[in-house]
Design a protein around this ligand. Structure first.
Ligand code: UDP
Length: 507
């Protein structure tokens, strides 16, 4: 007789892409699953594990069963510089092909571990960009649930766009409406992700197609969203995926205390979170603009100048995050030559490299979030109940912008017109003027007119997000349902195996 496996005997193997903005939500997801009593095995590499050790160790000390297993990342063998283990560290992004080759090399090691794992793996929660997990799931006869970091809205946009692309129907220029969506969403080809608007410098279209094929044959999908946020799109996506979509976000809300929020992702260069909080405490509620462009967003110096001057001219206090690394020297040169930092020091705070974004967004002084519209940032802004100023840069960020501005009505755009593909930043001159930046900030921060409406809606959505992850909320329930699905799968599998054995005995 087969019995229902106990929760702790279910082992959810979580395999993130080695990229900061994928590791962050999947680490949150590991905690979320473990909070409901299952065993979670997080598979990564030594340098990436170091990024979230503190947070995971705290979760383990609190009683969660999370195991971190480290695979050796063979950077040199794949043609990458030694020590380059994270997509964000790939120099100039010109080594992306090598990076994905190194990701493929993890398969053999991972499968050896799978054989020895106790409890036996029950399912793989795989980053969609780690395509080999499809074969591994087949070999071990377990379900593979994919996570690609996008919303249901964007999934449905992409679905329609693939159909258009395959029929050669995406116009080369000019705006067009994405078909078969509940809302009228207008875009241009130049604003679309590389799947439909390929970058010239970094040609990895074949890798993208391999990922897509593996993604399409996954058992199911987990989404960092909550149903109430985009119900019509969730329903459509559920239909497309035969009901195997679990909306379990906002994932960032599993970080309840300030230390968890502060240590999410990389270590902040801000030495004392305390002084940051003190700075924020010194401002009126909802008065500060927080400008941050994710883990990968880079600007040319000319575009940065417009951003900085636009923030300054708005007159609002602000935090501006400046990414360190390649190409940033001219920006630092301009800041000191122009005297920008000195001139705005009474109400502007420049943070170099990494900032504790979720901690900052949760502070009552934050009144607007100037974002590049990466989906993590978008959903974090929504969770914080903050209206947004949108400046999409690359990937599917223009679609996320459309969602914020045209579906949710909680944001105003700075008017960027085209994708700046990663690694091609220098090809683009100024797209957005400082006046456009100031105008969008004023529209959102204005407490009287349109801004007031946006703020009210944003606050309501923030409350809905928090309710979704509570004990009787939709996302909490969806985690339970996902676990139940895996439990049932395992039970059926054991029953099938028992039957097969019984037949073997009979013949
Ligand atoms: N992030 C952060 N501090 C930073 C920059 C980014 O904490 O200084 C986090 C942010 O909270 C989010 C992630 O990094 O969780 C960025 O993901 P997103 O999808 O928004 O953008 P991407 O990095 O993929 O462009």
């Amino acid at each position: 007789m087969t019995t229902v496996p106990a929760l702790a005997d279910l082992n959810f193997v979580v395999i993130p892409l080695l990229s900061t903005s994928h590791l962050i939500p999947l680490t949150d997801m590991a905690k979320l699953l473990a909070q409901q009593g299952v065993t979670v095995t997080l598979v990564t590499t030594p340098l990436n594990a170091a990024r979230f050790t503190a947070a995971i160790d705290r979760a383990i000390r609190s009683g969660l069963v999370i195991r971190v297993v480290e695979l050796q990342f063979r950077a040199k063998e794949a043609g990458l510089p030694e020590g380059c283990e994270n997509h964000n560290d790939v120099p100039g992004l010109k080594y992306r092909r090598q990076f994905f080759a190194a990701i493929d090399m993890l398969q053999e090691q991972a499968e050896k571990l799978f054989e020895e794992m106790k409890p036996k793996p029950s399912c793989i929660i795989s980053d969609a960009y780690v395509a080999w997990t499809a074969e591994t799931a087949d070999k071990f006869q377990i379900p593979r649930i994919v996570f690609d970091g996008m919303s249901c809205f964007t999934q449905m946009c992409m679905h329609s766009l693939y159909i258009m692309r395959d029929q050669n129907k995406i116009p080369e220029s000019g705006p067009f409406v994405i078909p078969d969506l509940p809302d009228r969403i207008e875009v241009t080809k130049a604003q679309l992700p590389p799947h439909f608007n390929p970058a010239r410098a970094i040609f990895i279209q074949d890798i993208r197609e391999k990922i897509r094929t593996a993604q399409n044959r996954a058992y199911g999908v987990v989404i960092n969203t909550f149903e109430e946020l985009e119900q019509r799109y969730v329903d459509k996506f559920q239909k497309l995926k035969n009901g195997r979509v679990w909306c379990i976000g906002p994932l960032s809300l599993c970080n309840n205390d300030d230390l968890d929020k502060a240590q999410r992702g990389n270590k902040s260069t801000f030495d004392k979170e305390d002084s940051l909080t003190k700075w924020l405490d010194s401002w009126q509620p909802e008065s500060v603009v927080f400008a941050c462009f994710g883990s990968l967003g880079r600007m040319t110096v000319v575009q940065f100048v417009e951003l900085a001057l636009g923030l300054e001219a708005s007159g609002y206090p602000f935090i501006l995050v400046i990414k360190a690394g390649e190409g940033q020297t001219p920006i630092e040169g301009w800041i000191s030559e122009n005297g920008f930092e000195e001139r705005t020091k009474e109400r502007g705070l420049l943070i170099r490299d990494w900032t504790p974004q979720v901690l900052i967004l949760s502070h009552p002084a934050i009144g607007g979030f100037l974002t590049h519209c990466g989906w993590n940032s978008t959903v974090e802004g929504i969770s914080a109940g903050v209206p947004m100023i949108t400046w999409p840069l690359f990937a599917e960020q223009f679609l996320n912008e459309r969602f914020l501005v045209h579906v949710l009505n909680i944001a105003a755009g700075v008017g960027s017109q085209a994708i700046v593909h990663l690694g091609e930043e220098e090809k683009f001159e100024v797209q957005v003027t400082n006046k456009a930046v100031t105008d969008a900030i004023e529209k959102v921060m204005d407490k009287e007119k349109e801004g007031n409406e946006m703020r009210k809606r944003a606050r309501e959505l923030g409350e809905m997000a928090k309710r979704a992850v509570e004990g009787d909320g939709s996302s909490y329930l969806n985690v339970t349902l996902l676990i139940k699905e895996i439990q049932d799968f395992q039970l059926n599998q054991s029953a099938k195996n028992a039957n097969a054995q019984a037949c073997d005995v009979l013949v």
